[in-house]
Design a protein around this ligand. Sequence first.
Ligand code: FES
Length: 106
Amino acid sequence: MSTKQINVVDREGQQHVVEWSADQSLMEVLRDNDFPILASCGGTASCATCHVFLEKEAFPSSGDRSEDELELLVETDTYIENQSRLSCQLGFDSSGEGATVTIAPE
Ligand code: FES
């Protein structure tokens, strides 16, 4: 199965290299690596506790946000137009090798 490494910046600003397997969503990668995201809806795009920021340059190739995803994100206090995504909606193809993902504040 293919894997790649990405960089995750935690809420303290620390950067971590983690491995992403093709069968995981980004939310699952974060959860399995013990980052403190609640993901309380289990990945159904209905809680926004898995909010992350992508790099501006990488954002366009991450795919389109659904109406539900965008609605949830816009309601958060930390929404950034061209960077905010729900990590549960991001599959393996949404980010490249070496991409940097920042976990949004709670
Ligand atoms: S886990 Fe709930 S919106 Fe992503």
